[in-house]
Design a binder for this molecule. Structure first.
Ligand SMILES: Nc1ncnc2c1ncn2[C@@H]1O[C@H](COP(=O)(O)OP(=O)(O)OP(=O)(O)O)[C@@H](O)[C@H]1O
Length: 258
């Protein structure tokens, strides 16, 4: 098994990666019960792209995403987001960094039921007591249009379909103009029609607004919406594929090199 580096990888183009990990290891437990969830992973994720992280159950997808997103600390190695080494930040600074630079979309939409769609989208600004910086209002209105939510803004989550609720959650993550948006199985609670709708909107946000999205998924159909696919196996990067075909993804998942 070898890892395949992207020919057009951000560093090779001289562009700073949106996310970069070096020598990233995460072990759980001690002695006989030690689990090596990640084994010295090196990875660069290019800005302005939609990357899917795939791999068998237990291969380290969630651990990698949690370390990338500063939700978990690695045992060894570094994680940089847009040039900031987040592994060097203390807990307070990391919390602020996450709030100001990262967006999250979860399987359960995590919307507040008593708030309207617009209020949910604006919640991070309210919670942070953040003033809208110049240009923020225009950006938020664009996010609302790109995600097709204009005529749903006054609805509460209970009055929206699952797909619409997830689009509100995506809009909330994008509204703050995060350096990277992390999506953990974002279509796990949706049927296939709603899933493809949500993924199309997510893709549109990458193409039309230049966002960087990293998504963990088990679904080949979901990965097909991504630009790049990282395949993990046993805590290592087995392949990092640029605009792969479905066959190439399947081949990498089955253990072949590209
Ligand atoms: N908190 C923990 N304590 C002990 N072991 C853990 C912990 N979290 C994860 N692991 C182990 O680390 C390994 C990688 O787990 P991880 O959840 O990252 O895999 P995954 O690829 O996301 O799996 P799945 O697709 O099933 O969600 C697994 O062997 C898992 O059992």
């Amino acid at each position: 098994m070898t890892s395949t580096s992207l020919p057009g990888a951000a560093t090779e183009r001289g562009v700073m990666p949106a996310a970069s990990v070096r020598g990233l290891s995460k072990t759980y437990g001690h002695g006989d019960t030690t689990v090596h969830a990640l084994r010295s992973v090196d990875l660069d994720l290019a800005p302005g792209r939609f990357t899917a992280i795939m791999g068998p159950s237990g291969s380290g997808k969630s651990t990698l995403m949690h370390c990338l997103a500063g939700l978990d600390r690695p045992t060894e190695g570094t994680v940089s987001i847009a040039g900031t080494d987040i592994t060097a930040l203390d807990d307070d600074r990391l919390t602020h960094f996450r709030r100001d630079h990262l967006g999250f979309v979860f399987q359960a939409f995590n919307l507040l039921p008593m708030l309207t769609a617009r209020q949910n989208i604006m919640l991070p600004f309210e919670l942070a007591g953040r003033r809208l910086e110049p240009g923020a209002t225009e950006r938020i209105e664009q996010v609302i249009d790109v995600l097709g939510l204009r005529d749903r803004l006054d609805h509460r989550p209970g009055e929206l379909s699952g797909g619409q609720q997830q689009r509100v959650a995506i809009a909330r993550a994008l509204a703050a103009d995060a350096d990277v948006v992390f999506a953990d199985e974002p279509t796990g609670n949706l049927d296939s029609t709603a899933s493809s709708e949500v993924l199309s909107y997510l893709r549109r946000s990458v193409i039309e607004m230049g966002h960087t999205v990293v998504m963990v998924t088990h679904e080949l159909d979901a990965a097909a919406y991504a630009d790049d696919v990282v395949v993990l196996a046993d805590g290592r990067v087995r392949a990092h594929l640029e605009t792969p075909s479905r066959d190439e993804i399947v081949h990498a998942l089955e253990g072949g090199d590209r």
